[in-house]
Design a protein around this ligand. Sequence first.
Ligand code: NAP
Length: 341
Amino acid sequence: MTYAPREDRYDRMIYRRCGRSGLLLPAISLGLWHNFGHDTAHATKQAICRTAFDHGITHFDLANNYGPPAGSAEAAFGEILATDFRLHRDELIISSKAGYHMWNGPYGEWGSRKYMIASCDQSLKRMGLDYVDIFYSHRFDPDTPLEETMGALDHIVRSGRAQYVGISSYNSQRTREAVAILKDLGTPLIIHQPSYNILNRWVETDGLKDTLAELGVGSIAFIPLAQGLLTNKYLNGIPAGSRATQGKSLDPKVVEKATASVRKLNDMAAARGQTLAQMALAWVLRNGGITSALIGASRPEQVEDCAAAIRNLDFTSAELALIDAISEEKDINLWARSSSD
Ligand SMILES: NC(=O)c1ccc[n+]([C@@H]2O[C@H](COP(=O)([O-])OP(=O)(O)OC[C@H]3O[C@@H](n4cnc5c(N)ncnc54)[C@H](OP(=O)(O)O)[C@@H]3O)[C@@H](O)[C@H]2O)c1
């Protein structure tokens, strides 16, 4: 069926400035890491993307290796672009990344100029795009000079392959270095993509959040729902079909360890008139410190639930203190900092 996006979509989302750049991002963005590979029906992927756009979610985040198999999420999104979003390209912010293993041999991962530019070309081809809006270095490469990786990003922008550049999971010190190099090159770093949620606060302890504020770099927090743990999904055990049953990135042992605390957070969310997912997203977005929360979804209804988080982004200091106390319990700070290099 031909898709026509909702006319009122831009009234249903809020848009926040990405650092000191000209780019506005939706407070909620959609990532295609899981549920966009060959293990998910195309109709489901299409419904998730349509629901997102209908809620004013203009930003879709990809990477070369999203699938399975690697590359298939970009190919699927390319199809959706062609069938559904063809007339709306200029309303979309599409990102991709290179850094993790993508193809065999010495040139298929990390941060060399050779890999970054070739991977960007492959991503554009898979999605059927002339350019992406944001291209990221997916992780810091300790063996390649940072000047080379940042030089590749600069070239990617100057050659028209991307409009803006970002980095993901770089620590505070490496971020400062990357910002300085890119500034000299004349292509500013506008965005950082770190993991961040109530149970994973490395961006605070590392100082990254303060560094980004000081340098005027925007941020988009990935796994804001701790892969589904910070939702009502696992309150009464591990349901069939959930990510924790799939042998992928969410270990069922982690879910079990956190359940008692997650139940308390769920009670708090209910008292605020929100679902736990909505409260977890509001917490990431509180006080404007993070530009956008980057969710994943396996069903369109999850996108709807998450998009409604923007209705209440405020917390009292008592609520924040209670969230801190609950998340400190039982050492459930589950994801240590993403990058220690
Ligand atoms: N830069 C990096 O290195 C990096 C790393 C990881 C992720 N990312 C980005 O971050 C994006 C998000 O990652 P993520 O999918 O782990 O994020 P997440 O938002 O923390 O978790 C998404 C999962 O939570 C569940 N969920 C979502 N909304 C829900 C709701 N309203 N109610 C109940 N359950 C809900 C679903 O689980 P079920 O599938 O079980 O239904 C969904 O798949 C990725 O797609 C990717 O773009 C980046």
